[in-house]
Design a protein around this ligand. Structure first.
Ligand code: 6PG
Length: 252
């Protein structure tokens, strides 16, 4: 993996704008090269501002050429305020319920194991690859970072983190809110992407950002260190508070 790119923006607003620009660029490049842009969205609260900034750039983005997934999902109805795809659609597509046909939500009406298998099958169908082969290569996977070092819904010392064959797996309610089961991409799927981008904001993440970026922590205790794209690139888009403890905070 090439050396990760680290972009530090002055504040959360500038992070959102910079990330939206990077996403729009990745989309344009993918559509030029392959006629389609495959994107997996991050959940949690941080990306909402980026999705809103991206929505403002709507004319630049040919969403009809996009195929949008979520890298993980809480097993709640899409209309539930805790839903990752629901948050993305409210802030990005400004549509609700989920605009089918270009956004592929996890079937949260199924039991978690079945929902994970169903999502993997959807990936195979949309990407046109055999379901028992290597994971498909997303053009871009967005990720958040939890204070415990989790990313997507790959929590420390979890069976989901240890999953090496499935493209998508599930995890029971973790110690972090919301206390619901989750479906998540596995590290194999994340690391197959052409580009992976962490979006991390706020002082509360400064310690874990330093741990992930500079320590020799192992993936079992700090899952985010397992994000090492096999052939793709890794970009960290941080705001200054989240980057505060990095040895040299490169400017944006
Ligand atoms: C989720 C996310 C999760 C999130 C981190 C950071 O479903 O919660 O996928 O991995 O990205 O927990 O969340 P915040 O952006 O809310 O801090």
């Amino acid at each position: 993996m090439p050396t990760p790119e680290v972009i530090v923006c002055p504040d959360a607003g500038r992070l959102a704008e910079r990330a939206a620009g990077l996403i729009a660029d990745a989309a344009a490049e993918a559509v030029r090269a392959r006629g389609v842009f495959t994107l997996a969205l991050a959940g949690g609260a941080t990306p909402a501002a980026t999705y809103a900034a991206l929505a403002a750039r709507r004319p630049e983005l040919d969403w009809q050429a996009a195929r949008v997934f979520t890298g993980d999902e809480r097993m709640v109805p899409h209309a539930d305020p805790r839903s990752n795809v629901g948050m993305a659609c409210r802030s990005l597509f400004d549509l609700h319920p989920v605009p089918l046909g270009r956004v592929f939500p996890v079937r949260t009406d199924l039991p978690p194991p079945a929902a994970a298998a169903d999502y993997a099958a959807t990936l195979a169908t949309v990407f046109g690859v055999p379901p028992d082969g290597p994971p498909p290569a997303f053009d871009l996977i967005l990720l958040g970072l939890g204070e415990d070092g989790h990313t997507a819904s790959l929590f420390p010392a979890s069976a989901a983190l240890a999953e090496r064959r499935a493209w998508v797996t599930w995890s029971p309610p973790g110690g972090l809110p919301p206390p619901v089961p989750r479906v998540t991409f596995t590290l194999g799927t994340i690391n197959a992407a052409r580009r992976v981008m962490f979006l991390v904001s706020g002082e509360a993440k400064a310690e874990i950002v330093r741990t992930v970026r500079t320590s020799d922590a192992d993936v079992w205790t700090v899952p985010a260190v397992g994000v090492r794209p096999s052939t793709g690139t890794l970009t960290w888009v941080l705001d200054a508070p989240a980057a505060r403890l990095l040895p040299t905070s490169p400017g944006e």
